[in-house]
Design a protein around this ligand. Sequence first.
Ligand SMILES: Cc1cc2nc3c(=O)[nH]c(=O)nc-3n(C[C@H](O)[C@H](O)[C@H](O)COP(=O)(O)O)c2cc1C
Length: 410
Amino acid sequence: MTSPVLNDRRVLLGVSGGIAAYKVIELVRMLRTLGARVDVTMTGAAEQFVTATTFETLTRQPVRRDVFEQWTETDAGHVSLAENADILVIAPATANTIAKIAHGFADDMLTVSVLACPGPVLIAPAMDHHMYLNQATQANLETLRSRGIEILGPEEGELASGILGHGRLSPPEQILGKIRSILGRTGPLAGRKIVVSSGATREPIDPIRFITNRSSGRMGHAIAQALIDAGARTTLVSAPTDLDPPIDSHVVNVESAGDMHEAVASHIRDADALIMAAAVGDYAPTGVSQEKVKKTEQDLSIELTRTVDILATTQRPGLIKIGFAAETANLVEYARQKLTSKGVDLLVANDARLAMASDENQATFFRPGREPEELPLMSKADLARRIVEELSQILRAEHPEPEFPDATTT
Ligand SMILES: Cc1cc2nc3c(=O)[nH]c(=O)nc-3n(C[C@H](O)[C@H](O)[C@H](O)COP(=O)(O)O)c2cc1C
């Protein structure tokens, strides 16, 4: 399953000689699955840890390490790789390689590529705790940051030496997320701020019990990732889920429908659009018991109060709204009603039983004044992309320029 932000994009991966080199094999596999062309250059030390054959098999490209490559009509030897790359990623980046880059060395293919790369450079350091905290390494990283090179991690945790400390390579999923975010910056939603809600709200009964629903948050989180891929500053208002939020989303964690309403109201003030993909509880227990409700021999009734309809009540001139209708019967009829009653620009209707807790979804788009468009069954990632494409079109038509071009915070 490819992704437009990576499909046919060229990622140049520089692997230096740290024990974490084996972890980036998984990164290469993920990049390839999403459609990227990956070229790998390894330092001599990196080849002590992993073999070029592994990377060559996964990338279907030769691993490049020789600076004295032949020049041809189309290939300017040692600098072509970097010049043609959409992004250069160095993972793991050793203390030695970081020091060389900070001082402008160019004594192997990796360091030559950094100097020759006109595009963005991302560095994921990994090393022993003391090596990382050493003033020399810290100063070198600061130098790289000041030159606009992006640094991801390292994380705190158990290191190869057995000690706990700073120096673990960021997980491949996070490096991938950062690559998507960097490559997405020039996308169709660059300069736009979008708020998306996700997850299943929890309406408390007492301190330990709550009412919730089966929504996994996969649709909302997939939309947040698609927004980042398209360059949007993305605020993810998330009710509880088991999912990791996409890298570079601004996450606002909430529990109940009331919390979500407050968070959405505050974050849409400078947003271009709101996408309500969360499964918000329609009813909440009328009074929350401060103590655990005790079991008795009698049946128990809990009175429920209607929660606020976030999608219908959230309004601001110029705000584009996208909502979901998850029904188990009379989908088309309910969707048409919701389209007008909630004043949305796009309503995504889906069968709740198929959609909940699944990786796939089959949806129908309802737009004001247009015939419904039934989409085929597709992954939630693909549906998220379709929704974001639709949003880009609506925004282009209604606000050719971003509403808040100077806003820098999410
Ligand atoms: C077993 C072993 C593990 C190592 N792990 C790391 C590491 O995680 N990070 C690091 O900066 N250096 C590590 N080193 C040291 C580097 O391999 C060494 O500094 C080397 O010169 C780096 O070369 P390069 O930056 O050209 O790849 C390790 C060395 C050994 C022998």
